[in-house]
Design a protein around this ligand. Structure first.
Ligand SMILES: Nc1ncnc2c1ncn2[C@@H]1O[C@@H]2COP(=O)(O)O[C@H]3[C@@H](O)[C@H](n4cnc5c(N)ncnc54)O[C@@H]3COP(=O)(O)O[C@H]2[C@H]1O
Ligand SMILES: Nc1ncnc2c1ncn2[C@@H]1O[C@@H]2COP(=O)(O)O[C@H]3[C@@H](O)[C@H](n4cnc5c(N)ncnc54)O[C@@H]3COP(=O)(O)O[C@H]2[C@H]1O
Lengths: 141, 141
């Protein structure tokens, strides 16, 4: 495949589907979110609602930053703060028919991007790891 | 540049030099490490000694995982645990004369890799972001 054709490929086949993506729900508190993040080992995950619509992305750093007091980490506040108040609302998103080139441009500055349909329904994520594997294949042949 | 030649390039010019890399020292406690990680916004950083020799890599997840008690996160234990006890000691490393191809192979599974000289002295890091920018350049021309 020429580089040109490769870059024009839709990202559809490279998406990690929603059922495999760890996430939390809006309304959950940051203590729950931190437990999910720590147990799954991910540093950032999507925030969805019960209809699987995307609302934001939340990271360990956003949560810890929120409870960093003047002289200690105020972890007792975690169960009273909602993810809604610390998450990133203006996150980067992509559609399943967007091209590999578009994905590559975005992944240069983001470890993963959320894939949504035209109703903002969460379909899955596209990660640097998956894209780099494809780039390697493309370059090694 | 042909793909073949590009992949054979040494990684030297793409290294983020040690003076620009956030890190902690062996012997530091995990409370200090968590503060550095939260303030710099990085999810994982190298652990060095005073001579800038590499000892390991420590992440927010390793620290939080360590203090996850049966019914709450035991933050008060952080100042009594050393980074030495939670860090990854068998981390991935690369030399400055290794090739781009070698770096790409490693970065598929690691967000960054530490660059050391033949005495295990820390020289800097190579990140997915830097490598993906180069891959993009290589493919778009
Ligand atoms: N449980 C695990 N098993 C194997 N390798 C693991 C792993 N957890 C992390 N890694 C490795 O570490 C990289 C960075 O993970 P991080 O959690 O910071 O950043 C992740 C995370 O924020 C998100 N992510 C990836 N897979 C996810 C999933 N199934 N659910 C939710 N978020 C996910 O996408 C980012 C980039 O992921 P990517 O795969 O490119 O890159 C991953 C992967 O190479
Ligand atoms: N302060 C900041 N400014 C701009 N963008 C930021 C940023 N912090 C994080 N990012 C973005 O998020 C990505 C993942 O960062 P993370 O801290 O999980 O994972 C980072 C971190 O563990 C480490 N790293 C990168 N630069 C570092 C530095 N100067 N000192 C220490 N560790 C560094 O290498 C991993 C991969 O970095 P990479 O640049 O490929 O990918 C970075 C970058 O695209």
């Amino acid at each position: 495949v020429s580089s040109r054709d490769f870059l024009k490929l839709p990202i559809k086949d490279f998406i990690i589907p929603s059922e495999k993506v760890a996430h939390v729900q809006i309304g959950n508190n940051t203590e729950h979110a931190l437990l999910v993040l720590t147990k799954t080992g991910y540093s950032s995950i999507p925030v969805l609602d019960m209809k699987f619509r995307m609302h934001g992305m939340v990271s360990v750093q956003q949560i810890t930053d929120e409870i960093l007091g003047l002289d200690r980490i105020e972890y007792e506040r975690l169960d009273s703060i909602k993810v809604d108040d610390v998450m990133t609302r203006d996150f980067v998103k992509i559609h399943e028919n967007d091209t590999f080139q578009r994905a590559l441009d975005l992944l240069i500055n983001h470890p993963y991007i959320c894939v949504v349909d035209y109703d903002d329904m969460f379909l899955g994520i596209l990660t640097r790891r998956v894209v780099m594997k494809q780039l390697k294949k493309q370059l090694y042949l």
